[in-house]
Design a protein around this ligand. Structure first.
Ligand SMILES: Nc1ncnc2c1ncn2[C@@H]1O[C@H](COP(=O)(O)OP(=O)(O)OP(=O)(O)O)[C@@H](O)[C@H]1O
Ligand SMILES: [Mg+2]
Length: 440
């Protein structure tokens, strides 16, 4: 049996720790309270309970600090087989610890290239892969000049980190100025675990127009395989907000292959040679264009959405990959379609005080699965980024159209029941296929 070190976990990534334990492996889990905001208190406790050894990471500045945390957990580097993380913020730490102690992990160079959105686009350009016009800037003046060169509309995003809270779509110079003027206020709203990852740089990019897709690309160091692709639900009024996804993607065979091939080429080019990577692309009139290559598996509800209809478990696949075990890599086979939607408030508001304890149960009866966290009379914040949701609903059906429709119908009824305006989803632009899902 093997020994895995998790440097933090996403909420759903607790399932990876669970699988590792069920498979008989030893788990050391390093955590930090600064990431408590990324999961429910139950998930945070469960991760620590499942692990054999745990230690809190103090303010980690170097891989050496992390090594000290590992030793504090009672784990010697010599007994470790692999180091990984499922939490975006801790991927560089996990990669650097694996490298320092010479065990299996995602290569730090690949992680650094993928995370830095400018470096990532330069690598794509060098490899001759399709990309979007961009410029990395350090000031408002540079951003205005870059937007003028690229041509409006553009999107301005932090070069590093999970950046939706500090991202602006600009149709004219005034929007670029608003972005910089609002920055300090926007950053104040973000937890330190999130804002500490930004630096002073922004990337100004050509705004890609089209549906947003994602692919989970698996790499075992030799081959790159598109495990599964999704079509993403984005905000109607703010397309930067991600509101759920549907599997399968609804693309026809040729487009699905094009998407998978592009996503794997991106991972190969960036040097993401061990792990599962969440690659996001927009289908423009000129073809698929990368928006972001995450050097980690998808967080949030996506992995469990895929698991609801796939022949293999995403978390098991991840652990087996990091340990060099398991079946050879192949795309997942799907037995049905599945769709999930996040429940998030369009504006900051107060929850009904008369909400009965079992109010969600009749909705759950119409779904495959779901959850809500709402206190009667409590406050819900307007959605600004990935972590501002108060619930998730998931529907399974014979085809992606019906799975999405079931999800949308339940979401509309929940909105009526709560009397809280939810962030509305934009419709897809692509025509949707009908008929039941056929296994790949
Ligand atoms: N060039 C672009 N053109 C159009 N839309 C874009 C572009 N870049 C990003 N977006 C939109 O903004 C969203 C957020 O951008 P991106 O994924 O780069 O940042 P992020 O906040 O780090 O994301 P994540 O939370 O997935 O880590 C994307 O999911 C996409 O909907
Ligand atoms: Mg993204």
């Amino acid at each position: 049996m093997s020994h895995l070190v998790f440097v933090e976990t996403s909420g759903s990534g607790v399932n990876a720790i669970d699988y590792a334990k069920q498979a008989g492996h030893t788990v050391t889990y390093l955590y930090s309270p600064r990431y408590d905001f990324t999961a429910s208190p139950h998930q945070r406790r469960l991760a620590r309970k499942l692990a054999d050894r745990t230690a809190e990471m103090p303010d980690v500045r170097t891989p050496g600090d992390l090594l000290a945390a590992l030793r504090a957990a009672g784990t010697r580097p010599g007994e470790v087989d692999a180091v990984l993380s499922t939490l975006a913020f801790c991927i560089p730490l996990a990669a650097s610890l694996a490298d320092l102690i010479g065990v299996r992990g995602t290569p730090p160079e690949g992680v650094a290239t993928a995370r830095d959105k400018g470096r990532c686009r330069r690598a794509l350009a060098r490899a001759g892969l399709p990309s979007l016009a961009f410029s990395v800037v350090g000031s408002e003046d540079e951003a205005l000049a870059a937007a003028g060169r690229i041509g409006y509309p553009v999107i301005v995003k932090p070069v590093l980190g999970v950046g939706k809270g500090a991202t602006t779509i600009a149709h004219e110079p005034a929007h670029v100025r608003d972005h910089f003027a609002g920055l300090a206020g926007n950053l104040d709203h973000l937890p330190a675990g999130m804002s500490a990852h930004f630096d002073e740089r922004f990337i100004v990019e050509e705004l890609a127009i089209g549906d947003l897709y994602s692919v989970e690309v698996a790499s075992d160091g030799r081959s790159f395989v598109p495990l599964v692709s999704t079509i993403q639900k984005t905000g109607l009024h703010n397309p930067v907000l991600e509101l759920g996804c549907t599997v399968p993607s609804g693309l026809d065979g040729a487009a699905e292959r094009e998407l998978g091939t592009y996503a794997t080429q991106v991972c190969r080019t960036l040097g993401l040679t061990l792990g599962i990577f969440h690659v996001e692309m927009i289908r423009t009139a000129r073809g698929f264009r990368l928006t972001e290559a995450n050097p980690r598996m998808a967080g949030g509800a996506l992995p469990e959405t895929v698991n609801a209809v796939a022949d293999r478990d995403m978390f098991a696949t991840l652990i087996d990959l990091f340990l060099g075990q398991g079946a050879p890599l192949a795309p997942l086979r799907l037995s049905a379609a599945v769709s999930h939607s996040l429940l998030a408030a369009a504006e900051t508001t107060t929850v009904r005080g008369d909400l009965a304890p079992g109010w969600f149960d009749p909705f759950l009866d119409r779904l495959h699965s779901g959850w809500v966290r709402l206190e009667p009379g409590g406050r819900v914040n307007a959605m600004r980024g990935n972590f501002d949701r108060f619930g998730m609903i998931r529907a399974v059906d014979a085809d992606p159209v019906r799975a999405e429709e079931s999800c949308a119908a339940v979401k509309a009824d929940i909105e009526r029941c709560l009397g809280i305006p939810l962030v509305p989803e934009a419709g897809h632009r692509s025509p949707w296929p009908s008929g039941p899902v056929r296994s790949a």
